[in-house]
Design a protein around this ligand. Structure first.
Ligand code: NAD
Ligand code: TYD
Length: 359
């Protein structure tokens, strides 16, 4: 492809994919289109910002004119859409922000792509050869699993519980509707929880690492027994590369790590690793664990069946959890400046607002 527009490329997962694509496809222009909300951070991409095939455009996915002008300026033939409000707790405080970016933003992008590429059902077979619209979604659209062996499959019905997952579910429906109605060549993936470098410390793993390091309370929601399926972010990026280039148009692929952990076990593991790195006596930070009021509508368990992606495209995670979590802790402890820059000011206010009356 000549030019790929990546929305939300200054965020956590998007920045890993931008980096991978800029390096792997030197003859393709990679346009990082990002509004730079609190979660967007250009320092995530310092190492590649001067590459000739990389360009940053500051813009909102809800801004149709700007999106269209960017598609035209670079002759974009592929889109990978990450831009979203991504944190469940924030979606409980401000659902409208999630409807706006995640639903209207996705719809805006779909409409601009369809118009720019001139997609119709009649020319869908032609368009499929030249263009691709890749929508990044989440396993949270499927709702919640019990504590049994069942895993989310692509064919599961949507049953979102949080404003975040409801907005992502809605955006997924619009993406499929644009494929079925206008022949837009779409692919979708629904991935489980990611972890790794550059994740904003509002999410469980980086928040806990930062708090352990700074001897702050470790706020565990409810009883800490909720289960998430964790995948190293670079394994997600490799899956995205595969699906973007080899996935079948109109299809959805689930991506997951087959790596289920209860939150409290993750917190205890992080305590062990961080204490070891900092030369503290083993278990010193256990006293920081603080059980706090549960998240409203807290999904009990997520776990993904990614056998379709494994069978059809030969993907599998390459980073084991012990390896990935060690690398992640080491990265956060070594990149103090990155952490300090984003945990002052607005983050302090966010933290106080979210956690101070949570008992
Ligand atoms: P993030 O919050 O770290 O980054 C989001 C990025 O989008 C930021 O750079 C932000 O500035 C940008 N953005 C937000 N609103 C925008 C707007 N209106 N216009 C343009 N840019 C805007 O998110 P993430 O964790 O990297 O997640 C990326 C995508 O992957 C999201 O769509 C999310 O739903 C999905 N996803 C995330 C996970 C996970 O574990 N983090 C798992 C599965 C799926
Ligand atoms: P999070 O990282 O917000 O991801 P998601 O809710 O999208 O899965 O949270 C992961 C799990 O950790 C979730 O069950 C909520 C829990 N959690 C805490 O117990 N304490 C916290 O401070 C945070 C941020 C999350």
């Amino acid at each position: 492809m000549k030019a790929i527009l990546i929305t939300g490329g200054a965020g956590f997962i998007g920045s890993h994919v931008v980096r991978m694509f800029v390096k792997k496809y030197p003859r393709t222009k990679i346009i990082n289109y990002d509004k730079l909300t609190y979660a967007g951070n250009l320092s995530n991409l310092k190492d590649i910002e001067n590459r000739r095939n990389y360009v940053f455009v500051k813009g909102d996915v809800c801004d149709y004119k700007k999106v269209m002008a960017t598609l035209k300026e670079y002759g974009v033939d592929g889109i990978i859409h990450f831009a979203a409000e991504s944190h469940v707790d924030r979606s409980i405080k401000d659902p409208f922000a999630f409807a706006k970016t995640n639903v209207i933003g996705t719809l805006t992008l779909l409409q601009a792509a369809k118009e720019f590429w001139g997609c119709t059902l009649a020319n869908a077979a032609q368009s499929e050869k030249k263009h691709r619209f890749y929508h990044i979604s989440t396993d949270e659209v499927y709702g919640s699993l019990k504590f049994d062996k069942r895993l989310f499959k692509e064919s599961d019905r949507y049953e979102p519980h949080s404003p975040y997952s409801a907005s992502k579910a809605s955006s997924d429906h619009f993406v499929r509707a644009y494929h079925d109605t206008f022949g837009l060549p779409v692919v979708l993936t629904n991935c489980s929880n990611n972890y790794g470098p550059y994740q904003f410390p509002e999410k469980l793993i980086p928040l806990m690492i930062n708090n352990i390091e700074n001897n702050r309370p470790l706020p565990v929601y409810g009883k800490g027994i909720n289960v998430r399926d964790w995948l190293y972010v670079e394994d997600h990026a490799r899956a995205i590369d595969l699906v973007f280039h080899k996935g079948t148009v109109g299809e959805t692929y689930n991506i997951g790590g087959l790596n289920e952990w209860r939150n409290i076990d993750i917190v205890n593991l992080l305590i062990k690793i961080v204490d070891k790195h900092l030369g503290r006596k083993p278990g010193t930070s256990k006293k920081l664990i603080t059980y706090v009021a549960d998240r409203a509508g807290h999904d009990l368990r997520y776990a993904i069946d990614s056998s379709k992606l494994r069978k059809e495209l030969g993907w599998k995670p390459e980073t084991s959890f012990p390896e990935g979590i060690e690398k992640t802790v080491a990265w956060y402890l070594e990149n103090k400046e990155w952490v300090e820059n984003i945990t002052k000011g607005a983050y302090k206010r966010y933290y106080k607002d979210m956690y101070s009356n949570r008992k």
